[in-house]
Design a protein around this ligand. Structure first.
Ligand SMILES: [Zn+2]
Ligand SMILES: [Zn+2]
Length: 208
């Protein structure tokens, strides 16, 4: 089957540039929704675990996944595993889980397009001629689903989301509100993480 699942224009606007990875993520997301028999997630009941890492450019896929499924990073429905792989597992507590990955043969053919020659020279997607972006995007649309994606049911996949809580308290030092699971105690007083002096290792240390 070839289900193009062309992203709507707003998804390209949201993403900021034209590249082939956002549409690939969009299509992967739409196919996963269809596989699990669900609609885009209105609330907080569907999760995506992309295996994307950092320091490689294909992270654009994740914007497509979010646009297709409404399982957004902002709603805490998306969390990266940092495996550095072009795959994602989709999980719905009642419908189960499925993993979609890009087939290596597809990735090899894909990488030969002119668009990636520009990218390897360090040229940002918005600066690449539109014809080069359009060429590879159209090629992706024209590929059958089976050429692009490996699909694996994950019957044993389990995930327990953090239980939501509105409980909060004020940090005794900076007096800003902190949600309770992030409160620390310093000299017997509740404090926020920055005021605690505790060096939190963030995801961002390697790119700042
Ligand atoms: Zn992109
Ligand atoms: Zn504080």
């Amino acid at each position: 089957m070839t289900t193009k699942h062309v992203p709507p224009e707003w998804a390209f606007e949201f993403h900021g540039h034209k590249c082939p990875f956002m549409p690939l993520g969009y299509r992967m997301g739409k196919l996963a929704l269809a596989y699990l028999g669900i609609e885009p997630e209105a609330d907080h009941g569907f999760f995506i675990f992309p295996e994307i890492g950092e320091g490689h450019p294909q992270a654009c896929m994740m914007d497509g996944l979010q646009a297709a499924t409404s399982a957004t990073y902002g709603k805490l429905l998306m969390a990266k595993t940092f495996y550095g792989k072009l795959a994602a597992t989709f999980y719905h507590p009642q419908k189960g889980a499925v993993r979609y990955s890009l087939k290596p043969e597809f990735v090899d053919q894909f990488g030969q397009f002119e668009f990636f020659a520009y990218r390897k020279k360090g040229i940002e997607p918005s600066k690449i001629p539109a014809s080069a972006a359009d060429e590879v995007i159209q090629w992706v649309y024209d590929q059958p689903d089976d050429n692009i994606f490996k699909v694996e049911p994950k019957p044993d996949f389990k995930f327990t989301p953090v239980k939501g809580s509105f409980n909060k308290a004020k940090c005794s030092l900076c007096h800003e509100y902190v949600f309770e699971r992030y409160l620390r105690i310093k000299e017997g007083q509740p404090v926020c993480i920055p005021c605690s002096g505790y060096e939190q290792k963030t995801l961002y240390t390697s790119i700042t």
